[in-house]
Design a protein around this ligand. Structure first.
Ligand code: PLP
Length: 403
């Protein structure tokens, strides 16, 4: 049984079923098993000594490079090998949550006195890291309007800017960033470009190929896909890999081998799940856009969405998460509507098989973009249910809306 290596002529969907597997090594078992370990025993003092001369460059996957459970076991390395191939990265590292992946990427490149430029539509807790922990450690941050053109972004750069942090599409409002244009800018100035690619996953967008130095994602969402795992991924190009490796070592925030196994298992079905999330989200977006109660649908794959052309150029698909703006309605009736839905749950996170609908308040979190507080904003996640059932549920719920 052949395995694991990427064949350049293969489609990415096929890669998802072959990467990171080594049945010959595991008595023919299709999947790399869960190898749980903290202590690793060595037969000789020499072997013990050699293992402590740890080379983070070799940290990934190579057989017999297991040194200590915190660094990973064969299950972890099967996952990081798969991820680095999916991301077109030099190396990938996995962390205990998406938020830890954000923190690791920032700590890898920033120190006292440095400046960071962050998109204003970044995931709230990423912004909070900039405004809290990083500020306390002497790093300053400015936020740029996610609708800025490249000249406007350039104006925010300072001699001490070391990182530009983007998220595309942005959280809650879904603006797409022009990664190739921003990368051209950052490369000229020796600035590291980090992008949060959680929405698209590496299957629908590849920020490293577009010029980013580091691409991260909350594996908690689509990679694992069943709302039962916390996981973060940081993938880096060759130049940036050593700094991420050091941050991985410094933080010690490794995921468990069981969660790495679940992520690998999720990756095997990522392509079919994402296709279904995409199709259902587009059907729902179309349904919402025809409703008189709705002012706007915030979905990058819709032709009238402001940054749609960049999405079309840089993404090969769209996922299940999007926003809608409702006309002002009596807030109690909006809450009744949300609570009446049978198939849309209310809860944070997304990317699982289940549909979700929650209110959001983008105007509370932003500094640079103006979102009218008199409107009502909802975030919708299209799950894997039958789309007709979802639309029936929404139709019943919308009857409760009152102006
Ligand atoms: C875009 C984005 N990035 C990062 C994260 C953080 O991931 P986690 O919840 O695994 O810490 C989230 C979580 O919702 C997210 O939506």
């Amino acid at each position: 049984m052949k395995n694991s290596k990427k064949n350049n002529n293969q489609h990415p969907e096929t890669d998802l079923t072959t990467l990171g597997r080594d049945p010959l090594r595991y008595d023919g078992a299709v999947n790399t098993p869960v190898v749980r370990a903290s202590t690793i025993l060595y037969p000789t003092v020499n072997a013990l000594r050699k293992s402590s001369e740890r080379n983070l460059e070799l940290h990934n996957q190579a057989e017999n490079k297991i040194t200590y459970g915190r660094h990973g076991t064969p299950t972890t390395y099967a996952l990081t090998e798969t991820l680095s191939s999916m991301d077109g990265a030099h190396q990938s590292f996995v962390f205990s949550s998406g938020k830890t992946a954000v923190l690791a990427s920032l700590l890898a490149f920033l120190k006292k006195g440095d400046h960071m430029l962050m998109v204003d539509s970044a995931y709230g807790p990423s912004r909070e890291l900039a405004k809290g922990l990083l500020k306390r450690f002497g790093v300053s941050t400015d936020f740029y309007d996610p609708q800025s053109n490249i000249n406007e972004i350039a104006k925010h750069l300072k001699p001490e800017t070391k990182v530009v942090f983007t998220e595309s599409p942005g959280s809650l409002t879904f603006e797409i960033q022009d990664i190739p244009a921003i990368a051209e800018l950052t490369q000229k100035s020796g600035i590291i470009l980090i992008t949060d690619n959680t929405w698209a996953s590496p299957l629908y967008c590849n920020p490293i190929n577009l010029g980013a130095d580091v691409s991260l994602q909350a594996g908690t969402k689509y990679l694992c896909g069943h709302s039962d795992v916390m996981l973060g991924v940081v993938s880096a190009n060759k130049e940036s890999s050593p700094a991420i490796a050091q941050a991985f070592e410094d933080l010690g925030a490794c995921p468990s081998p069981d969660d790495c196994y679940l992520a690998l298992r999720g990756i095997r079905t990522l392509a079919v799940r994402l296709k279904r999330h995409e199709k259902t989200a587009l059907l729902l977006a179309e349904w919402f856009s025809k409703r008189s109660e709705v002012i706007d649908v915030l979905h990058p794959a819709l032709p009238n969405f402001p940054s749609h052309e960049i999405w079309k150029r840089d993404f090969s698909g769209s996922s299940g998460l999007f926003g809608i703006i409702l006309k002002p309605h009596h807030i109690d009736s909006v809450e009744n509507m949300l609570e009446s839905l049978n198939l849309f749950g209310m809860g944070y996170s997304w990317g699982g098989y289940e549909s979700l609908a929650i209110p959001t308040w983008p105007y509370k979190h932003r500094e640079k973009s103006s979102w009218d507080p008199s409107n009502i904003y909802l975030r919708i996640h299209a799950g894997l249910e039958d789309p007709d059932d979802l639309i029936d549920d929404l139709s019943s719920g919308f009857k409760l809306l009152k102006s």
